[in-house]
Design a protein around this ligand. Sequence first.
Ligand SMILES: Cc1ncc(COP(=O)(O)O)c(C=O)c1O
Length: 390
Amino acid sequence: MVVYLDHAATSPIRPEVLQRYTDYLTVLGNPSSVHTAGQTSRKALEEAREEIAKAIDCNRNEVIFTAGGTESDNLAIKGLFWAQNRKDARRRLVLSAYTEHHAVIDPIEWLEREQGAEAVWIPVDECGVINLDWLAQFLAERADEVALISLMWANNETGVVTEVSRVTEIAKRFDIPVHSDAVAALGHIPVSFAESGLAAMSITAHKVGGPVGVGALVVARSVKLTSLVHGGGQERAMRSGTMNAAGAKAFSLAVTLAVANLEQHGTHTSELRDQVIRGVLQIVPDARFSRGEAPGLPDNAHFTFPGCSGDSLLFLLDQAGVCVSNGSACQAGVTAASHVLLTMGRDEAEASGCLRVTLGASNTAEDIQKFLDALPAAYAGARKAGYTTS
Ligand SMILES: Cc1ncc(COP(=O)(O)O)c(C=O)c1O
């Protein structure tokens, strides 16, 4: 039996969600059609919107369905940049951190290359914590050039959590919209859009026990975004395209269940996470827990291992029947040092030797023991293979 310890990459679909998803896949009707079949689909879609709004504490009109986290991040960043920049051409700066997911970094770099934006990367400390004093100081000097700020709620590699409400409190003084990628945070720590003060927030279904290919960008009612795609004008004209009622229904149930089980899930995963941390540091005393003492997600344990490549470690653990990750260092089959760890000040060798364990409801203490049993041989093998850069 394979031990799956990579829930942050994607999580198993919950049985109740699968049931609802398949039930709604056969419901005929385009939610935009006026006939009865269309209105049945529309009703399902709107129920899903309402259910998500309840779970994440926002108004239902603020939920814009998308095809997932990547699309939501692109819509937020490009859409806010275009809207802000059109209002005031001096607003060219996009503030973010280089520890973000590539779904945030890459649209910002694209805006820089193609659209006259300028990226400003806010410094982070060695635990990955964003330097918010630096942000406040920067805004005090150059706020009128800033189009938006984008800072993730929790980091998908290291699990470090950002004080989102402090970010929005600082930005509010200068009337700058803040977007947050809450993909890694949702279902693991409390996420309230209303309390956050955010202009926009990205979420996705497949990280919380829902299907791949459905997500949402939550957009505050007062916020104007320029759309990425144009067509039928669905989703407040921010995201044209036939709406995915079955996906939305599955997503809304997944989010509701994840939020309802938050406390229990947090207790369960943090106990297992502590077992992972204790065990790993016993087996490899030189391993480093990446976020140190910084506040983090209950389900995430991320380490660097000296003198070996994370890829070899991953491969050898996989051969032993344990699925873990090295974060998002491997993109489209290309391996590289983790940009997150490099930004946190690690050198290339250290940033290439990382391992991420992320936990879910079905994991047990026995799963962790299997991982720990496999680790000594995998680590010895990975050290022998050594560290190589691609
Ligand atoms: C923090 C974060 N943002 C965005 C994404 C992209 O989400 P999706 O896979 O739904 O496009 C991921 C997925 O790995 C993620 O971890």
